[in-house]
Write a protein that binds this ligand. Structure first.
Ligand code: GDP
Ligand code: IMO
Ligand code: MG
Length: 428
């Protein structure tokens, strides 16, 4: 099995970190291809809990080569903080390779992220404030700073001057902030150069060689399909390609090398930040999911918005990503509910709509049409085979599988590494 992509099928925080960790010891390389330290992946190994942001979760598996590919935006201070924190806990981080083409998040990107949000007022997106959007904007605008620019002081200075020329006008005249100097940014970035140098590589070439040698490479998406800049609920999205197509452009590995696409989907739905969310709950059911699921952000600590499972979204994600296998997570969180509603379609202006509406405005006021499933009260956290699950839990999974456009190959029944029911091997 050469290249496998793992993506979020909803609005993020589906448990991609845990799913990656599950595959970790059978994978040789793990690649982060989009986003930056806006991601927050929690991985629980025994009594140890790890929170990863910029690094791919696969770094926790001994022997794996972690790669930060060209599609990522890198906050270098965060990179070294995360590496140091992991190393202090005994994780071997020495194999990390970083693409020379990845873009760099600077102080002015973080500042612009925050001031733009404040300026948007009621229309704000609720970004993580990590400078993600402004850094990708500069990349597309061709005024970004790449990792390789750090190794040529003249080029770096010219590029920062060019970028700041424009941005200081914005910061001072529109946002009433102080101007940022070229030297501040230069000093900030140059302090990392010597430490960074040995990690930097042509990661596309590294991956081609690995695949040619028959190695297994896992591409781990940050964010999720509904937050993808093209396929998500624009403008309430992140600024990168979080879907499986992004794994190709974000890494330089051609589409025909990918053989499997794993979609990670929660047994209910959550969302952080603003934007449409048809199955969102504002009553005690929402509180139940938030409390039982521990739905508070790994990156910002914000309470996550919670709602029921949305089958049209799962089907949409299955199509956009070419999902071959779903990993259904957090089934245990539903334990204790008498009935579990699942959104099977929407009502838009009195009409039934079975798939994601074409118009975003329709999606904003789409009302979920629910089908109800009987719940279960038995503790399922110890289940290790499908047969261990109560009949109603089995039926719930089978119903979701029927509605969601791909098979459900693994089911999460708790946060721990071994709290999983595997129905079909994810790597064979
Ligand atoms: P990611 O961003 O997709 O990697 O997901 P997060 O780590 O942000 O959020 C998922 C949370 O759910 C983490 O705290 C995980 O430890 C936890 N988790 C993952 N799978 C399961 C599961 O099957 N059951 C329960 N109870 N928790 C899970
Ligand atoms: P993981 O990888 C959930 C959301 C933010 C905001 C929008 C844009 O842990 O699933 P950004 O800072 O990216 O410009 O914010 O996207 N967002 C996430 N929500 N999980 C994430 O990552 C997210 N990364 C960004 O809350 O609504
Ligand atoms: Mg997360």
């Amino acid at each position: 099995m050469p290249a496998i992509v793992l993506v979020g099928a909803q609005w993020g925080d589906e448990g991609k970190g845990k799913a990656t960790d599950l595959l970790g010891d059978r994978v040789d390389y793990v690649v982060k291809f989009n986003g930056g330290n806006n991601a927050g992946h929690t991985v629980v190994v025994g009594d140890e809990k790890y929170a990863l942001h910029l690094l791919p979760s696969g770094i926790l598996s001994p022997g794996v080569v972690p790669i930060i590919a060209n599609g990522v935006v890198v906050d270098i201070a965060v990179l070294f903080e995360e590496l140091d924190a992991l190393a202090a806990r005994g994780v071997d981080v020495s194999r990390l390779r970083v693409s020379a083409n990845a873009h760099v998040i600077t102080h002015y990107h973080r500042t612009l992220d925050k001031v733009t949000e404040r300026f948007l007022g009621k229309r704000q997106i609720g970004t993580t404030g990590r400078g993600i959007g402004p850094t990708y904007a500069d990349k597309i605008n061709r005024v970004g700073i790449r990792i390789q620019d750090l190794f040529d002081e003249n080029i770096l200075r010219q590029k920062i001057e060019g970028a700041l020329h424009q941005k200081n006008h914005l910061l001072v005249k529109i946002y009433n902030r102080r101007a940022i100097t070229v030297d501040e940014i230069m000093d900030d970035l140059l302090q990392y150069v010597e430490r960074l140098r040995p990690m930097v590589d042509d990661t596309a070439l590294v991956l081609h060689r690995a695949l040619d040698e028959g190695k297994t490479v896992l591409f781990e998406a940050g964010q999720a399909t509904m937050l993808d800049v093209d396929h998500g609920t624009y403008p309430f999205v992140t600024s990168s390609s979080a879907t499986s197509g992004g794994a190709a452009t974000g890494s330089g590995v051609a589409p025909n090398r990918f053989e499997r696409v794993i979609g990670v989907v929660k047994a209910y739905t959550t969302r952080v930040g603003a934007g449409p969310f048809p199955t969102e709950l504002f009553d005690e059911s929402g509180d139940f999911l938030r409390e039982h699921g521990g739905e508070f952000g790994t990156t910002t600590g914000r309470p996550r918005r919670c709602g029921w499972y949305d089958a049209p979204i799962a089907r949409y994600s299955a199509r956009i990503n070419g999902v071959t296998d779903f990993v259904l997570t957090k089934l245990d969180v539903l334990t204790g509910l008498e009935t579990i509603p699942v959104c099977v379609a929407y009502e838009v202006d009195g009409e039934r709509v079975d798939e994601m509406p074409v118009s975003q405005s329709d999606f904003h006021h789409a009302k979920p049409i629910y089908e109800e499933f009987p719940g279960w009260s038995e503790d399922i956290t110890g289940a290790r085979s499908f047969e261990d699950l109560p009949k109603n839990a089995q039926d719930y999974v089978i119903a979701l599988e029927r509605m969601s456009g791909s098979r459900i190959s693994a089911i999460g029944v708790g946060p721990g590494r071994d709290a999983i029911v595997v129905r079909h091997d994810l790597i064979d």
